[in-house]
Write a protein that binds this ligand. Structure first.
Ligand SMILES: [Zn+2]
Length: 105
């Protein structure tokens, strides 16, 4: 779930229905402010990495020791227990390029 600020306007931007809660009951789109200040994006980015809980370590453990089982389980649709692959790739790239210069000097 996103941590974005809920819009004052209760009309769904996607379908135009009235939205009383965080999500539109008609189309499911989240009714949050689309334009966020940079500090919000940065803190959300950091929160994403620090709130992986067991998902991150479970995914990494399976990726290193049982990659076939991880792939099969993911393709069967049991995805909630794993970090999404693109998110994991971006995280690993971020960490790699953050620490790579310290190994080169
Ligand atoms: Zn909608």
């Amino acid at each position: 779930m996103s941590h974005g600020k809920i819009r004052e306007d209760k009309t769904c931007l996607n379908c135009g229905h009235q939205v009383e809660e965080r999500f539109c009951p008609h189309c499911g789109q989240e009714n949050i402010e689309r334009r966020q200040p940079f500090y919000f994006l940065f803190t959300h980015f950091i929160e994403d990495f620090t709130h992986y809980d067991g998902q991150f370590w479970g995914t990494v453990k399976n990726l290193l020791f049982r990659p076939g089982k991880l792939t099969n389980t993911y393709l069967q649709g049991k995805r909630q227990i794993f970090v999404p692959p693109v998110k994991l790739y971006i995280f690993v790239s971020f960490i790699t390029f953050l620490y790579l210069p310290s190994f080169l000097w």
